[in-house]
Design a protein around this ligand. Sequence first.
Ligand code: BGC
Length: 369
Amino acid sequence: MKKLTTALLALTAASALALSGCSSDRGGSGAEETGGEEAAAGFAADATIGVALPQKTSENWVLAEELFNDGLTEAGFKPIVQFANGGVSEQQNQIQAMIEQGAEVIVVGAIDGSQLGAQLEAAHDAGIQVIAYDRLVKNTEAVDLYVAFDNFKVGELQGEALLQGLAERKGAGPYNIELIAGSPDDANSTPFFEGAMSVLQPKIDDGTLTVVSGQTTMEQAATQGWKAENAQKRMDTILSGSYSGGTELHGVLSPNDTLARAALTSVSQAGLPTPVITGQDSEVESVKSIVAGEQYSTIYKDTRELVAESIRQVQLAQAGDEFEANDTESYDNGVKVVPAFLLDPVIVTQENAAEVYANDPTLGPLTEG
Ligand code: BGC
């Protein structure tokens, strides 16, 4: 039935184009109109919307589950929100099932951004629109929009915070640092790392910073599955190999809070002083640590905003409008530039925590007194 609708819509759209003799004037973003025919028609106000989330590797994903369920229900839709703790094949099966259950839009936070092509292409063939949520989906045409915080900017802010923290807490340089990167299968890990290195590399080149282990590439620094135990093990090895003879570790670039706390555990078990360390996600334990003067920084990516933006885009599609993008250049997924709607990440340190979290009911109180 859906196939038929899609075919009819395609016909209608084609004849509309033929009649007007020019391309569609919907949307001002200049974005490629993949899935545009479906967008022109909209769908039922109580449609099923699928949300495929990855594993619970950080608090933001857990929060997203509840926010999607509540927000989509409130907007009148029927949500199917699922985690894939079992890994990539579980996520593939879940997306397949969402197609069969008649979802009109599938929002996907990919575990492995390059392993969903077949499922998302099947979704497109069924007339379903696809939104990549937080993590880009790679090497497929079958993605219509990317909604995320600006990942490269996250990395830049982390690099800048590390330099600032070193100057504030470790006196004059030069400084010894180590680098941690995210999971290699997550499309975000590269922009996080490259953003940070765009700030740190010139300081490595001019001798201000030394990566004592010599592990400076993304491959060497990566943390499979974003798992704390993997980061902790690697840090243990680095500390015993490169810092056992009294060499001081001044700073660590960490891509998120979970891995920052893992690295801090490793350092404290080795009996070494706390290095300046970055993070991301504003997880409760890390915010407490920042307020207490241990972890140096985190990033605030308000999950409420990201989910609300995704739902707003679903509502546009429901009304038959085009998705809205504010960046049509940055996110090349290997086969096309995916139109993106990017939100601004915010750096948080002990100094501005109270101000940044003032409107967050969970984090705000952690900064008081
Ligand atoms: C998210 C980060 C998160 C990481 C691990 C990334 O894709 O953007 O916020 O820390 O996944 O869950």
